[in-house]
Design a binder for this molecule. Structure first.
Ligand code: BDR
Ligand code: CA
Length: 311
């Protein structure tokens, strides 16, 4: 089993990623760490716990993380996710307990306690928790198996500014630490996640599963896709964060290439941009495996099949 930590700011698409992981026996989910992002930390933490409840997994360990980026005020995305971050759902207040340990301490301890290379971290939100963990304990960089990150964009541009994707824009300093750390990174930028669209037919398939998970997922995605449907004029919105978990389960659904990725941390115009050397012109060393294409039908088949196994 793959030892996994999910670092997240739920968010409807984060919620679907967590559900996909909880529905997959391939993973030994060590814990879920929360961060401020789509909505403030108190809400992302409640939401993560609600998702564990929904999956019937009140035994999951949830750790609250940083309530603001490393060096900047928090930027949130209620315009996409609604006031609660999980608008569209009606999951009761959570039963899954919150652990006492902080997310950063949990990240450092679990990486130290496990054999080198054993732990994969899926990051679905701003990278504050992991950035801080690497700042406090830089030696863990060589112990982390890999980081599978939803973040960044290049050919598609940005989604929160012209140049920047939300997760990187919110905490560019933290992202910069990770891209410079030497940790193996698999990156799911907007260039690939914008090809994974929640078409009406796909939402209907979740609803048709007949379980509570399918109902909640159909309702939450119907809410969160509205913003992007209006913005991009598409049938459905991009389902960003589950791409990370799907890659861990079926990497052959995706294709990309190893590149140099550098994060812009100073320009007012392009703050948080991920400068991806797709055409290999810079000569800079490769630090990320950057995905660009996906078998979207295969992705939705995997997701729907797995969600059918949950309560
Ligand atoms: C990312 O930002 C958030 O709004 C989503 O949850 C996803 O992680 C997409 O840019
Ligand atoms: Ca997210």
């Amino acid at each position: 089993m793959q030892k996994l930590i999910i670092d997240t700011d739920p968010g409807q698409d984060d919620a679907v990623a967590i559900l996909l992981a909880l529905a997959s026996p391939e993973f030994d989910l060590l814990g879920i760490t929360t961060v401020a992002g789509n909505v403030p930390l108190n809400l992302t933490t409640v939401n993560a716990r609600k998702i564990c409840d929904l999956a019937g997994r009140t035994d999951c360990l949830v750790f609250a993380g940083q309530d603001r980026p490393m060096a900047r005020p928090l930027v949130t995305a209620e315009h996409v996710h609604g006031r609660t971050g999980l608008d569209g759902t009606d999951i009761p207040p959570p039963q899954t307990p919150l652990q006492d340990t902080s997310a950063v301490a949990f990240l450092i301890d679990s990486i130290r306690e496990n054999p080198a290379g054993a732990v994969t971290i899926a990051t679905l939100g701003p990278l504050t928790n992991l950035g801080l963990a690497l700042k406090k304990a830089p030696e863990i960089a060589s112990q982390i198996g890999q980081v599978v990150m939803m973040g960044g964009g290049f050919f598609e541009g940005g989604n929160i500014t012209v140049a920047a994707e939300f997760n990187i824009f919110v905490d560019p300093e933290a992202a910069d630490i990770i891209f410079r750390s030497g940790v193996p990174i698999v990156m799911m930028p907007l260039d690939v996640t914008h090809k994974v669209l929640t078409h009406k037919k796909r939402i209907n398939s979740f609803a048709a599963l007949g379980n509570e998970t399918g109902r909640q997922v159909a309702n939450m995605l119907s809410f969160s896709e509205r913003f992007d449907e209006n913005k991009y004029g598409t049938d459905g919105g991009p389902l960003h964060d589950p791409c990370t978990i799907a890659w861990l389960l079926e990497p052959e659904l995706f294709s990309g290439r190893h590149c140099s990725v550098v994060v812009e941390t100073s320009s007012e115009l392009t703050l948080g941009m991920t400068v991806i050397d797709w055409w290999q012109v810079s000569g800079r060393p490769h630090n990320a495996n950057v995905m660009r294409d996906v078998d979207d039908d295969g992705f939705f088949k995997l997701l729907t099949d797995r969600l059918s196994t949950l309560p």
